[in-house]
Design a protein around this ligand. Sequence first.
Ligand code: SF4
Length: 314
Amino acid sequence: MKAFIYTRARDSAQATNAAADGKTTKFIAGGTNLLDLMKLQVEMPEQLVDINRIGLDKIEETPEGGLKIGAMVRNAALATDLRVRTRYEALSRALLSGASAQLRNKATTGGNLLQRTRCYYFYDTTKPCNKRSPGSGCAALGGFNRIHAILGASEHCIATHPSDMAVAMRLLDATVETVKADGSTRTIPIATLHKLPGDTPDQETVLARDELITSVTLPPPPPGRQIYRKVRDRASYAFALVSVAAIIDQSGRSRMAFGGLAPKPWRVEAADQQTDPDAIADHVLQGAAGYGANDFKIPLARRVIRAVLRDIKG
Ligand code: SF4
C-alpha cells in the first residue's frame, strides 16, 4: 500500500472541502472495496477522507410516502429496516443477497453505489485494463470473461457493475442526492448516476471529484409484488451472473431491472409494456452480445425472466 494522508471529517462540508484541495482523494466509509483496491495498488489516493463521523445515518419518511436513506446507513441496517422489508422487499432481498453479514455491517448505502467492478483483470496490475490504466487495453476481451457484460459494453471495457442494491434501487426509480465543496446540491436519478464505458471506462459516474453522496431517496413503491432473484456460481458470497429485481401488479404488468448483465444497473422501460416473458426478454436483450465465456448469459437471462414471472405470479 502506498502512503497517504488520512483526514477525518466532522461533517459533509469538511469532507468535500478536503476533496477539493487538489490532491487525489477518496472518501472512505465502510472501506469494504476501497481498502482491497489500495492494498493491490489499483487505487492509490494521495488522501483518504474518513466520513464515518459525518452523520447521514438515518432512514426517514418523506412527505410523499417514500424513504430518504442517509448515505452512511449500513447495508445491514437498511436491509432489516421494517419499512424497507415491508414496502421495498426487492431492495431488502437484494441487500441480503450481497456479500456476507460482516461486510453488510460495514458497507454503506453510498459506498455500495460506488463500488468498483469485480473484473479479475482490473484487480491484476500485471494485466492491461483501460479502466485502471486508460489506453492500456482490455485483457478481458480476449481473456476469461465469464462474469462480464453482454449489454452496454464497449470495445474498451466489458466490465459489469457488481452491486445488487443498485439494481433494486434502479427498479424503484431512486434518486441520489449529493453536495459539493461550494455547498451546491443536486438530485441525480439513479438511471443516470453510472456511465456506460464508451471510450472512457475509467469514468464510472457523473460525480465530480469533490461531490459526496448524502442520501438516496425512494419514491413510494409502485403497486404489486416485488422480488429479487440472483443467479450466481455458489449460494452465498458471490456476485451475480444474472440478477433481476421485479415488480408485477395484479393485471400482470411487470417492471424489471437487471444486474450482472451490464456496466450499470440495466433497465429497459419498453419491456414494461409486454406481458409475455419472451417478449420481455426480447426487449431487455436487444443488442446483447457475448464475448465467448459469457455467451451463456444471454439464454440464462431469458430463463431467469421466465422463472421470475412464473414465481411471482404463483
Ligand atoms: Fe479493465 Fe474493463 Fe477490460 Fe476488465 S473489462 S480488463 S475492467 S477494461
